[in-house]
Design a protein around this ligand. Structure first.
Ligand code: GSH
Length: 220
C-alpha cells in the first residue's frame, strides 16, 4: 500500500494514528506530495490520484485509490475482525460515525477553513481564493466545537463513549490543527485538555510530528 502524504498535516496524522493503532505502519510506503508547491492541485494529481485535491490518499496494490481520512480508516480497520476503530455492533458503528462526522464538521474542517481563508494558509501559490469573513466564522465555530467536545468528555472517557475510536483520532487531528494555527482552547475546557493529555500517552498519538499541546487561553 502507498499513502500520498504531507508529513506534518493534521489530516494525514489521522491516518498515521490509525495505522499505528492497527500495527500496519510497515505495510505502507509514504509518498510526499508538496502542499506548499501546490502539487496536490495539479491537473495530473486531480485526474489520477484524488479529484478533491487533498491528502492523504491511500493507493492499494491493485491500484484502487481511497481518499478521505474516514474512508481510509474504515478500510484499514476492516482488514481484521477486531474493528477497534469503527465499532462492531450496529449501535457502536452508528455512534462512532456520528461523533467522527461531528469532529470533522464542528472542529477539524472548521479550523481548516479558518487556516485557508483567514491566515496565509499554504501561501499565495495555493490560496488563490480567500474569504476572510468565512474563515473567521469557521474559527468561531471551531471554538464552539471545542466547548461541545469538552461537554461530551465531561460525561464519558472517550469521544464516542467508553472506548477509543476513530472519533477520538479526528478530535486529536483537530487539536493538532489548533496548535498549528495557534487557536487557543478555551480555559474552561478542562475535560478536553485532560482527555488530550491522556491521548498523548497513547504510542500511536505520541509519535506524531505535529504533536504539540494546543495553546490555552490565559485564565481571567
Ligand atoms: N476531507 C479530507 C480533507 C483532507 C485535507 O484537507 N487535507 C489537507 C492536508 S493536512 C490538504 O490536503 N490540504 C490542502 C488543501 O486543502 O489545499 C479528508 O478527510 O481526508
Amino acid at each position: 500500500m502507498k499513502i500520498y502524504d504531507w508529513p506534518t498535516g493534521p489530516y494525514p496524522a489521522r491516518v498515521r494514528i490509525a495505522l499505528a493503532e492497527k500495527n500496519l505502519q510497515s505495510a505502507v510506503q509514504f509518498v510526499t506530495v508538496d502542499l506548499r508547491k501546490g502539487e496536490h492541485k495539479t491537473a495530473d494529481f486531480l485526474a489520477t490520484k484524488n479529484y478533491s485535491g487533498t491528502l492523504p490518499v491511500l493507493e492499494l496494490d491493485d491500484g484502487t485509490l481511497i481518499a478521505e481520512c474516514t474512508a481510509i480508516t474504515e478500510y484499514l480497520d476492516a482488514l481484521d475482525a477486531a474493528q477497534t476503530l469503527t465499532g462492531t455492533t450496529p449501535r457502536d458503528r452508528g455512534v462512532i460515525h456520528m461523533m467522527n462526522k461531528r469532529a470533522e464538521l464542528e472542529l477539524l474542517d472548521a479550523i481548516s477553513v479558518y487556516f485557508h481563508h483567514a491566515t496565509p494558509g499554504l501561501g499565495p501559490q495555493v490560496e488563490i481564493y480567500q474569504n476572510e469573513e468565512w474563515g473567521l466564522r469557521q474559527r468561531d465555530k471551531a471554538v464552539r466545537g471545542m466547548r461541545y467536545f469538552d461537554s461530551v468528555l465531561r460525561q464519558q472517557p472517550f469521544v464516542a463513549g467508553e472506548a477509543f475510536s476513530m472519533a477520538d483520532i479526528t478530535v486529536v487531528g483537530g487539536l493538532i490543527f489548533a496548535s498549528l494555527v495557534k487557536l487557543p482552547v478555551p480555559v474552561e475546557c478542562e475535560a478536553l485538555v485532560a482527555w488530550y493529555a491522556r491521548m498523548q500517552q497513547r504510542p500511536s498519538v505520541r509519535h506524531q510530528l505535529a504533536m504539540v499541546p494546543p495553546p490555552r487561553e490565559p485564565a481571567a
